[in-house]
Design a protein around this ligand. Structure first.
Ligand SMILES: C[S@@+](CC[C@H](N)C(=O)[O-])C[C@H]1O[C@@H](n2cnc3c(N)ncnc32)[C@H](O)[C@@H]1O
Length: 256
């Protein structure tokens, strides 16, 4: 199980996820993930967070189960979407029988996992042969920002990435899926280009993770000046991987 968050940390994460859901391209990215799942009648959304995708899939007639280890996250999801099915569980021990679901989705989750191979083995356990898996996430080392201080920009991007359990999980999706025995593995990248008012808080948050307060303050001031002149630029490549669970027989095990 991943380390637990405080109530405030979960509430901050939910606010961040709500903000992310309102960014340009967020809805299209979720739609792409549903398309790549294909014509499935059941889906487990691993690391479902506050549950928007589970609700959207449920509304489309899919038997969707949202799974998240964070108790408060699940409570909020149940409050927001009372008609949808949410369960408190971990990516490593999904609350589903062997070969019982047609789709598995994990959106912005694998960067939080210390053992992604184990999570994919668990996805294979619950997926029917021919079932689909879709992973969505950003590579935390790959943010493209225009600034007057590129070396500090590099430093703050790296400093922020270093706070993440698996910052480069997204660039590893293909290899992880292949190593887990999935087939038809495909990866595409959809890049969100942010230049509007939603960009400045993201850049400020990024710089605030830096230990070099003085330089961070100068950098933030520079970005504020850019915002006033409509000169902000942040490109955020989102990796989208999809694959099929093989038809050949695999050893199964029910988690303890
Ligand atoms: C950045 S949020 C994304 C939430 C949601 N998928 C979305 O797109 O809004 C990552 C989520 O993964 C969950 N998570 C962290 N570790 C996990 C684990 N070991 N198994 C399943 N979910 C996990 C977190 O609790 C959090 O809700």
């Amino acid at each position: 199980m991943t380390k637990s968050r405080t109530r405030t940390e979960t509430d901050d994460l939910i606010a961040g996820l709500d903000a992310a859901d309102s960014l340009p391209g967020a809805r299209e990215l979720r739609e792409l993930s549903y398309e790549l799942l294909g014509d499935v009648s059941s889906v487990v959304d691993v690391g479902c967070g506050a549950g928007r995708a589970v609700a959207e899939l449920t509304d489309r007639g899919v038997e969707a189960v949202g799974v998240d280890p964070d108790e408060r996250m699940i409570a909020i999801a149940r409050t927001r979407w009372p008609h949808a099915d949410f369960r408190r569980a971990d990516a490593y021990a999904l609350p589903l029988p062997d070969h019982s679901t047609q789709g598995c989705r994990a959106d912005k989750v694998f960067h939080e996992l210390a053992d992604p191979a184990r999570a994919l083995a668990e996805a294979r356990r619950v997926l029917v042969p021919g079932g689909r898996v879709v992973l969505v996430g950003q590579d935390w080392d790959t943010l493209v920002i225009d600034s007057d201080d590129p070396s500090f920009t590099r430093a703050i991007v790296q400093a922020r990435a270093d706070l993440v359990t698996a910052p480069r999980a997204a660039r590893a999706y293909r290899n992880l899926l292949l190593d887990a025995g999935f087939e038809d593995v495909e990866v595409e990248i959809r890049t969100a280009v942010l230049t509007g008012p939603e960009t400045l808080p993201l850049l400020v948050g990024l710089a605030e993770a830096s230990a070099d307060r003085g330089r961070a303050d100068d950098w933030i001031a520079g970005q504020r000046a850019r915002a006033e002149r409509d000169r902000l630029f942040l490109a955020l490549p989102m990796f989208v991987a999809s694959a099929t669970s093989p038809y050949r027989t695999v050893p199964t095990s029910t988690p303890a």
